[in-house]
Design a protein around this ligand. Structure first.
Ligand code: KIV
Length: 289
């Protein structure tokens, strides 16, 4: 198969693949668990695409990719650049892009301006933003104007400083009641699903039973309609800070460390590059470029 046939087949596959829509996600309420992960770059999104229903271009990229202490310094331009890369690299997943801190909270019209730019420039299916009762009016404003919105309550990383750090939410009756009111307010306003982050298990379970749209748990409950983790936490690529609710399925940081150590050793010993890695130095039967 030559390169042009390969390219043609790849694009035919892309064109025929069904991309999961927001409606598909809504229909999964109470059904088979919805598999979600974060993605920020094209190569990782391409690998994840066949395994997930939904990819979130989370503003966690501020910490994971840009080394920030929290997500408050993330800009709309960053979200647009990473969202575009993820949509471009995928054919199946429903791609949702976070609205970053400061780009939506001041007024519904501000949120609409940011959300419409993100949707138009990235080609994503929906936007996500944090907040409950206080953001319900904004959710309604956007949904009525054709912007699908995913909500996010419980631990809200954008206001983590005000909330007293990365702690479990809903331990007291008063806090649990607040989170319940938040989730119901944005559900009534029209979100198509809600991320429940770091809330006590019983609260995640009861909210999932009470609310008509899918709940996506992260440190919440196995009863949630779906689960999400930050991919870099899940594969052990980001090790600065790992919440207790993360399960590590791989040791990417360890693999990179081992590979870099081997490379450095071989360079210092002049064992790399070998003849086959040098331009014009490959054996005749090799197809190396
Ligand atoms: O930004 C993000 O990655 C998120 C997930 C933690 C849900 O919001």
């Amino acid at each position: 198969m030559n390169a042009s046939t390969r390219t043609h087949r790849a694009s035919a596959h892309r064109a025929s693949a069904h991309r999961t829509s927001v409606r598909d996600i809504v229909k999964r309420k109470g059904g088979a668990p919805i598999v979600c992960l974060t993605a920020y770059t094209a190569p990782v999104a391409k690998i994840l695409d066949r395994h997930v229903d939904l990819l979130l271009v989370g503003d966690s990229l501020g910490m994971v990719i840009y080394g920030m202490d929290n997500t408050q310094g993330v800009s709309v331009d960053m979200m647009v650049a990473h969202g575009t890369a993820v949509v471009r690299a995928t054919a199946r997943a429903c791609v949702v892009v976070d609205l970053p801190f400061g780009s939506y909270e001041s007024a519904p019209a501000a949120a609409f301006e940011t959300a419409s730019r993100v949707l138009a420039e990235t080609g994503c299916a929906a936007v996500k933003f944090e907040g409950g009762v206080v953001m319900a009016e904004t959710v309604r404003f956007l949904v009525e104007r054709g912007v699908p919105v995913m909500g996010h309550v419980g631990l809200q990383p954008q206001s983590v400083k005000a909330a007293g750090g990365f702690r479990v939410h809903g331990r007291t009756e008063e806090e649990a009641a607040r989170i319940r009111a938040d989730a119901h307010a944005i559900a009534d306003a029209g979100v198509f699903s809600i991320v429940l982050e770091n809330v006590v298990e019983t609260l995640g379970r009861s909210l999932t039973a009470e609310i008509d749209v899918p709940t996506i748990g992260i440190g919440a409950s196995p009863a949630c309609d779906g689960q999400i983790l930050v991919t870099d936490d899940m594969v052990g690529g980001f090790t600065d800070f790992t919440p207790r609710f993360v399960k590590r399925y791989a040791d990417v940081a360890g693999e990179i460390d081992r590979a870099a150590e081997a490379f450095a050793r071989e360079v210092v010993a002049r064992r790399f590059p070998a003849p086959e890695h040098c331009a014009g130095g490959a054996p005749k039967d090799s197809n190396a470029a």
